[in-house]
Design a protein. Structure first.
Length: 588
């Protein structure tokens, strides 16, 4: 039997049937093809015509459809003999397996006489399903050390449609690092692998967001998408880096212990333990530096630990490394130079050299007393000093700057021990810091005596009343001269200068104690015989090249009294001494 094309009232319906009749007990198979999802009451075929039946017999013979193993999606219009869609047909719900062919089998049953026609309705697939990924988001962890060419399986998409309407291909969003490789299974299914095509660097891009699109072969095509989130896992491929290779820090001396000097902050582009840093000094950092400054291994804080003295060290160099905690750890290095700022914390110093502790009072002007050097351990203005003499205006001394930091202390005025015998010379040195610091140094200078003063009597003349007829050995008077010099220059000896009176030596008439100047009469004086005596007494010191002074005595007798007058001649020279004849003096 030749195939017959069923008449069509709807463009989407294609009905093809094969008719086989066995007269007597008839057996026939009729096949139709319709696309799924046709609207209700859509025309499938003219069943009466295709089966060679009179339309009126359908009602008379109680024609009905018996659907095998399925619900009844079709119906017979007994008035027209047409086979129509009773309910929308979803091919994917009827044929759940991925087979190309999908049939609904049913029987058309007629009574009186009974006759059965076998009908097969092929449900043609339409592209009514888009590809769907079983996982809308796929997460992959890939280490940045993974070599290009590595493959990673992805969850493939599924499409309930079949044939040309099933998945045709996959597309990956643009990426410099990834592409896809599509594989076809034995059943025609498409599988996709993600292929690494470039070298990953987590530090440049830690996460890659890709879109995988599955496209079917329908017209028009349908598509479905899934997100691929790729986390690039870190490896320890980056060394810690300091923001600069050399840091310069200023710190004042005497800064309190515990003060934070500087905080290092190295960075490591890695993550986790690969980016956890430990700071430490390298072997290039001196022990002295490590004694004065501490380094916190975790925070990178540099703190003052000891006493910083600018005068001992003006700067420190710290060589520091930052090392990560990763496997096969890496390290970065930097240098920190700490410059110490000077404070005015040192008093200026005075050093006395070539000191003379004593000088003769007759030294010449310009005589050197001492060489004075001044210094200050501070620097800059804190270390500049000025040396002065306290009460310089009243002192017979002067400071003369001989060279940088050195001064000469010189005699500037004549010295006189008898006026001032000892000087306490106060040297004051002051720096120019703020506030200034000063220091005093005292030089004690003893002025040595020279025999530059002759003995001096306190009066220019004396009057002594002497009783006539005195006893021999009687004390007439005590003479006293003064000499401001010291020691032997002050020790006086008294003498009666020899002179004959009436063929009698003065030493026969008078006696003087050379040590204390007591004058004695050696005989009894008689006014009627001796009216006047003229003689000289000398006071002489014991210095080398002794100096002396003289007193001239005039002794005049009265009846009962003898008047003895002394005329002093200080610093007289014995050889040139003149004797003065005095006029008579009345009795007092």
């Amino acid at each position: 039997m030749a195939p017959v094309i069923a008449p069509s009232r709807t463009r989407s319906v294609v009905a093809v049937f094969t008719f086989i009749a066995l007269w007597g007990f008839a057996h026939s198979i009729t096949r139709y093809s319709v696309p799924e999802e046709m609207e209700e009451r859509s025309f499938v075929a003219n069943l009466a015509t295709d089966l060679g039946l009179d339309v009126r017999s359908l009602e008379e013979r109680n024609a009905k459809l018996d659907v095998i193993h399925s619900k009844n999606y079709l119906d017979i219009n007994k008035d027209t003999g047409e086979l129509v869609i009773k309910e929308k047909i979803d091919r994917e719900s009827i044929c759940m397996t991925k087979t190309t062919s999908c049939f609904l089998k049913m029987d058309v049953i007629l009574s009186n006489p009974e006759r059965i026609f076998n009908i097969e309705l092929e449900i043609m697939d339409i592209n009514d399903n888009a590809p769907v990924f079983r996982r809308k988001t796929m997460h992959l962890d890939i280490t940045e050390a993974t070599p290009p060419g590595e493959r990673f399986s992805l969850t493939n998409a599924v499409d309930a449609d079949v044939g040309a309407n099933s998945i045709k291909t996959y597309y990956l969003s643009e990426s410099k690092y990834f592409n896809i490789d599509i594989q076809t299974g034995s059943d025609g299914s498409k599988y996709v692998d993600l292929v690494l095509s470039g070298k990953l660097d987590r530090e440049k891009q830690a996460v890659h967001n890709l879109i995988l699109t599955a496209v079917d072969g329908g017209v028009p095509p349908r598509s479905g998408t899934a997100s691929i989130i790729i986390n690039v896992l870190d490896i320890n491929d980056n060394a810690p880096i300091f923001s600069q290779p050399v840091y310069a820090v200023n710190v004042s001396e005497n800064t309190a212990a515990g003060t934070v000097v500087f905080t290092l902050n190295a960075t490591d582009l890695d993550e986790g333990s690969n980016a956890q840093l430990v700071y430490s000094y390298t072997l290039y950092t001196s022990e002295k530096t490590q004694e004065l400054f501490s380094l916190d291994p975790n925070s990178g804080e540099i703190k003052v630990k000891g006493v910083i003295d600018y005068e001992e060290f003006q700067s420190f160099e710290m060589h520091i490394q930052a090392q990560d905690r990763g496997t096969n750890s890496k390290s970065g290095h930097c240098k920190v130079t700490v410059f110490i700022t000077d404070l005015n914390d040192n008093y200026p110093e005075v050093t006395i050299q070539s000191l003379k502790s004593s000088l003769s009072e007759d030294v010449s002007l310009g005589t050197l007393i001492a060489v004075v050097s001044v210094s200050d351990r501070d620097s800059g203005v804190n270390g500049k000093v000025e040396l002065t003499l306290s009460q310089q205006e009243s002192l017979p001394f002067i400071l003369n700057k001989s060279s940088e930091g050195y001064f000469e202390l010189l005699v500037s005025k004549p010295l006189d021990r008898e006026i001032i015998g000892k000087y306490d010379i106060i040297l004051r040195v002051t720096d120019k810091g703020s506030p200034p610091l000063s220091e005093n140094e005292t030089i004690s200078l003893q002025i040595l005596d020279v025999n530059d003063n002759a003995p001096a009597f306190s009066q220019s003349f004396y009057t002594i009343h002497v009783v006539e007829n005195n006893l021999p050995g009687a004390l007439l008077t005590s003479l006293s001269a003064f000499d401001p010099d010291l020691n032997e220059n002050q020790y006086l000896v008294y003498f009666i200068m020899e002179k004959e009176i009436v063929n009698t030596s003065m030493s026969m008439l008078f006696s003087i104690n050379p040590e204390n100047g007591d004058l004695y009469a050696l005989k009894t004086f008689d006014y009627e015989r001796e009216k006047e005596f003229l003689f000289h007494i000398e006071a002489r010191d014991s210095g080398v090249s002794p100096l002396s002074s003289n007193v001239t005595y005039s002794l005049i007798h009265t009846d009962n009294h003898l008047i003895l007058r002394f005329f002093c001649c200080n610093l007289c020279e014995t050889e040139n001494m003149r004797f003065i004849t005095l006029p008579s003096t009345k009795y007092l």
